[in-house]
Design a protein around this ligand. Structure first.
Ligand code: NAG
Length: 153
């Protein structure tokens, strides 16, 4: 079983990489990048990266960002990653498409609320990345739903 996994992954991802459609490529790209982000959360480097995202120093002083919150962040990122991977592979499936879209609503809701309500984030470089990715994906997926799934919202 195990030796067959790699060719199966290549067979699944090849059509996405060589397709003319950019949304699946984008979802795949974000998914692959976040796999590394989520793994990093389980190391010492990860904590310093997570502190760049949740950069309000008073939150840091309050010890809100510790190795546990970092691992939780890594775990949630990994789930988000899997949803986006499936979104990249099954872009024409309406339910998967919706789920992927919802994962970005959750992400935007989380970062937005940490910025405005809970204030663990500051308006800086660290939050810019996640914010731009979530917003871009939401707008893109909102506009292209009919093209990819065949049905509008
Ligand atoms: C940082 O967090 C503290 C405590 O939660 C809050 O009072 C402050 O306004 C926050 N700073 C920013 C820039 O959001």
């Amino acid at each position: 079983m195990f030796p067959n996994v790699f060719p199966a992954i290549v067979d699944t991802l090849k059509p996405i990489i060589f397709s003319k459609n950019y949304l699946p490529k984008w979802l795949l790209f974000i998914s692959v990048v976040s796999i590394f982000n989520s793994i990093q959360c389980f190391s010492k480097i990860g904590i310093s990266l997570t502190k760049k995202v949740y950069s309000n120093t008073s939150a840091k002083n309050n010890n809100e960002i510790n190795s546990l919150t970092c691992r939780l962040f890594g775990t949630w990122t990994f789930i988000a990653c899997m949803i986006r991977l499936y979104g990249a592979i099954y872009t024409s499936n309406e339910q998967v498409y919706q789920l992927c879209f919802i994962s970005y609503i959750v992400a935007l809701g989380h970062f937005g609320s940490e910025l405005i309500v809970f204030r663990a984030c500051k308006f800086d470089k660290g939050i810019a990345g996640p914010f731009i990715v979530a917003t871009t994906s939401l707008i893109w997926m909102y506009k292209q739903k009919e093209y990819y799934t065949g049905s509008s919202w």
